[in-house]
Each structure stands twice: as structure tokens, then as C-alpha cells.
Write a protein that binds this ligand. Structure first.
Ligand code: ADP
Length: 488
């Protein structure tokens, strides 16, 4: 748009302004010089016609005198008087008697063109206009034949000097040419400046940006302060750089995660495996010499194998959920009933682990949500599992609260465990993330439980977050959308 304006509209505008100014200045000067009223177009297209008009009044007077009172043309006073009026109009009168000039208003000028003047009777005096005589200098000549009182042939001329007019018209043309050239140069300069500022400079910045990216520096930011196409290009480039950076960062993070996962898995699988090996060898070597001991060994082997199975299960589930290949089966469920059953099921197990469960259900009867019951169970198990796993008090207290918050049901699960350091809280829902404290402890765990839970809750259009105080306890809260009746 700007380029269009600079390249086309601006020179045209400038040309018009310049041409207008020059023409009007020249026109004024012509008008002033010749004391004539005429418009610019007329002056330019037919200047001689205008000058013709200048002397028309006096010419008519002379014509009348020549036809009616030729003796007047013999009177010097009469001619002098008329000639005086013509001086302002760059004109003068000359009177020829036979071949002699008996009167001339301007000797020098007359001698210049004398030889070009026609003889008596050769002028067509019916036509109102002058003859253009081009001697050394241009002149406009009007003539009228008459007979002197003594019968001699006479011609009276009105001669107008065009010398002043022609240079003005020439000046008009040359000034227009010069200003045209000036405008061309000016426009070219502005265009170059504009191209440099708005194209070359940002292009250079872009080029540097590209070469930085080529060399692997994805932090080099390309900024443009213009709104035009180049500015847009810079913005797109910047967006591309940010995306590329994100992509590469994600890729690096993913690779890091995979490495960490492999190291975690090998560590987490190694611990129960070593135990299984030890107990199995104990059985073979006869270290377990009584049936009671043997049964204890076998029980331990089974429990360690179970731990391993859970870990492997969690891993394979996470892979599926990460690729969005979990086939959810959403149904409308009565959330009150669902949690009542849940508490009944896990309550006993928790009591055996010395954890007291306090259950507050504030939901109305018949509160329905749309959910996959099995997956929500997985979320609850993960959260409760953590509450037990990270319990550091002799007696665990677990509160489960259900609230109605309008379009959602809010589930809060609070424990009185070890708590999570403030700096770790934002990351505990990331895959493979384990707070340092728990990684260093022998608690086990893959760092996948909460990542899985978040994915499941988000797939239910809900939210999950944690509030925790180190040494006091942790509350994990999640929301599930209430049913609008569209799913049965
Ligand atoms: P993990 O298998 O390590 O428990 P999770 O994804 O379930 O993995 O949890 C991530 C991290 O969050 C844990 O390693 C632990 O540091 C912290 N965490 C989760 N729940 C609790 C809790 N109730 N109390 C203390 N820390 C917790």
C-alpha cells in the first residue's frame, strides 16, 4: 500500500502541484505583461489569438478612420494618441504612404520587419485578425489600407512584439521539464529511502535471524515495528521460531523424560526383582527351613511380583493415555452413590493401614455426573495411594469432601502426610515428575500417577490441582462436570 502510494500517487500529485504552480505563475506574468484577461488554457493553446484581441479596439478605431475619415490618419496627434495606448501592449503603429513610412511608433522594431510587410492591397482586411510575421523576432501584424486625401495609397499597421511572450511560453515548457525531472529524482530518492528502511533493513534482520536459526540459535528474536507485509513476515518468522523452539524443547524434554523413565523403571523394577531373587534363593538353599517361614517367603515373592505388575501396568496405561487411545465409556452416574460405594470398598483397607477416613458428602440426592466410572476410580486410587504412601505420622487422617459448585461437583481429598515443597507443587502433575524428597526416599513410584489422573480429569472436562503444606499435609482437588441429561 505504501509502495503503491510512493511509486504512483505521490509523483502524480507532485506533478500536478508543480505544473499548476508553474502554469499559473507564467499565466499571471503573461497577463500582466500584456494586460489581457484570458484563462490559462487559452493562453497556452492559442496565445496569438489572445494578443490579437489586445489590439482589436484600436484596430477597429483605425479601420473606421481609414474608411470614413482618412484625413485623421494624417494627423500626428491622432496617431500619437493611439500609439500611446498601444505601448503598454508591446505594440506600436506605423503608417506607410506609397512606399515610405511617414509615421512609426518604434523605429528599431519596424526596421527589423519592414521587409516582411506586404504591399498595399495584399492584406485581406475582411478577416479580423493579424498576420504572424516571423523575421528575426516574432511579430503580429494588423494592417488597414486607405487612401490619403491626396490620393496616395496608404497602409496603417499595428505591430505587436511577440518577443516577450515566446520566451515566457518556452520558459513554461522548460520549467515544467525541469520540475518533472526534479520530481522524478525526488521520488526515486524517497523510494530508495523507503525501500532501504522498510524492505532492506528488516530483510537483513530476517536474514541474520535465519542464519542464527540455521546455526542452531533459536533464541534470536526478530522484531519489526512496521505493520506492512514485511512486518507481517517478521511476525510470522518470529512465530515460526517460537514454535520451532517449543518443538525442539519438547523433543529434548521428551528425550530427557524417556531417559529418566528408563532409569526409574530399571531402578523400580530392580528393587522388587532383587527381593524376589533373594527370597527364591532362600527357598532353594533351604534357609526357609520351617513351613511358616517358607510361606512368608512365598508371600513376599508374590507381593513383590504384584508391585512389579502394578508398575508395568501403570506404564503401559500411561503410554496409551498419552497417545489418546483409551476408549472411555462415559455414562451418567449418581456421584453420591458412587462415592458411598467407594468409601465402603476402600475404608477397610485404609483402616488396616492405620488411616482414619472422614467422609463429608454435601451433595444433593440424585446429583449426576457424566464419567467413566472405572477411570475416575483410577484417579481416586492414585490420590489415595499417594496419601498412604507419603504418610509420615503414626496415624493417618484422610478427609474426603464432596461439594456442589454449580455446574461441577468438587472432590477434595486431604491427607496429613509429609506435604509437598512449594517449589514442586506446580510440577507434580507432569509425567515422571517426582518431588526430590520422594525420589530420594524408598517409596517407589513412577511419577506417572498424577500425570495419568490429570489426563483423565481433563478428558472429563474437569480440573485438578494441589494445595500442600510441608509437614502438615496435602489436599488434591478435582472437579467433574454435572450431567446435562444428554448422556444416559
Ligand atoms: P509417584 O509415583 O512418585 O507417587 P505421582 O505422579 O503420583 O508419582 O506423584 C508425583 C509426586 O508428587 C510424588 O513423587 C510426590 O513427590 C508428590 N506427591 C503426590 N501426592 C502426594 C501426597 N499426598 N503427599 C506428598 N507428596 C505427594
Amino acid at each position: 500500500m505504501t509502495a503503491f502510494f510512493i511509486m504512483i500517487a505521490m509523483p502524480i500529485m507532485l506533478l500536478f502541484v508543480a505544473a499548476g504552480t508553474i502554469i499559473s505563475l507564467q499565466t499571471n506574468s503573461i497577463q500582466e505583461s500584456y494586460d489581457v484577461e484570458a484563462d490559462t488554457i487559452q493562453i497556452i493553446t492559442n496565445p496569438i489569438q489572445i494578443l490579437n484581441r489586445l489590439t482589436r479596439g484600436i484596430y477597429n478605431e483605425i479601420k473606421l478612420a481609414a474608411l470614413k475619415e482618412p484625413q485623421k490618419l494624417e494627423s500626428e496627434t491622432f496617431i500619437n494618441h493611439l500609439n500611446g495606448e498601444l505601448i503598454d501592449k508591446y505594440s506600436f503603429i506605423a503608417v506607410r504612404k506609397d512606399d515610405e513610412f511617414i509615421y512609426t511608433g518604434n523605429d528599431v522594431m519596424l526596421s527589423n520587419i519592414e521587409k516582411y510587410l506586404q504591399r498595399f492591397g495584399e492584406y485581406n482586411t475582411d478577416v479580423d485578425g493579424g498576420m504572424y510575421v516571423n523575421g528575426r523576432s516574432p511579430f503580429l501584424v494588423k494592417a488597414q489600407d486607405f487612401y490619403f486625401t491626396d490620393g496616395a495609397e496608404g497602409t496603417v499597421f499595428i505591430i505587436t512584439d511577440l518577443n516577450t511572450l515566446f520566451p515566457q511560453i518556452k520558459a513554461l515548457a522548460s520549467q515544467t521539464m525541469i520540475s518533472f525531472l526534479f520530481i522524478l529524482i525526488f521520488t526515486a530518492l524517497i523510494l530508495m529511502l523507503w525501500i532501504y528502511r522498510s524492505i532492506l533493513k528488516p530483510l537483513n534482520v530476517l536474514r541474520i535471524g535465519m542464519s542464527q536459526i540455521k546455526d542452531g540459535d533459536l533464541d534470536y528474536s526478530v522484531q519489526s515495528d512496521t505493520e506492512d507485509e514485511i512486518g507481517q513476515l517478521c511476525e510470522d518468522f518470529e512465530e515460526m521460531r517460537i514454535r520451532l523452539k517449543e518443538l525442539i524443547d519438547n523433543r529434548l524434554k521428551y528425550e530427557e523424560d524417556i531417559k529418566e523413565l528408563i532409569s526409574n523403571i530399571s531402578h523400580d523394577l530392580k528393587t522388587p526383582l532383587t527381593a524376589i531373587q533373594g527370597y527364591a534363593e532362600g527357598l532353594i538353599d533351604g534357609v526357609a527351613d520351617s513351613p511358616k517361614k517358607q510361606e512368608k517367603y512365598i508371600q513376599t515373592i508374590l507381593s513383590k511380583a504384584n508391585d512389579m505388575a502394578i508398575l508395568v501396568d501403570e506404564l503401559s496405561f500411561y503410554t496409551k493415555i498419552d497417545c489418546n487411545t483409551i476408549p472411555y465409556s462415559f455414562k451418567e452416574i449418581d456421584i453420591r452413590e458412587y462415592f458411598d460405594d467407594c468409601i465402603e470398598e476402600i475404608g477397610l483397607d485404609l483402616e488396616m493401614k492405620n488411616v482414619e477416613v472422614q467422609y463429608y458428602n454435601e451433595l444433593n440426592q440424585n446429583t449426576k455426573v457424566v464419567a467413566d466410572a472405572e477411570q475416575i476410580k483410577r484417579v481416586i486410587n492414585n490420590i489415595l495411594g499417594n496419601a498412604v504412601k507419603y504418610l509420615d505420622k503414626p496415624k493417618g487422617i484422610l478427609q474426603l469432601r464432596l461439594h456442589d459448585i454449580g455446574a461441577y461437583v468438587q472432590v477434595e481429598i486431604e491427607d496429613n502426610g509429609v506435604g509437598i515443597p512449594k517449589s514442586d507443587i506446580p510440577y507434580i502433575f507432569d509425567r515422571f515428575y517426582r518431588a526430590d524428597a520422594s525420589r530420594n526416599s524408598k517409596k517407589g513410584g513412577s511419577g506417572l500417577g498424577l500425570a495419568i489422573s490429570r489426563k483423565i480429569i481433563e478428558d472429563h472436562a474437569g480440573k485438578i490441582w494441589a494445595v500442600s503444606e510441608l509437614g502438615v499435609g496435602t489436599t488434591i482437588t478435582f472437579t467433574i462436570k454435572k450431567s446435562d441429561g444428554s448422556v444416559k
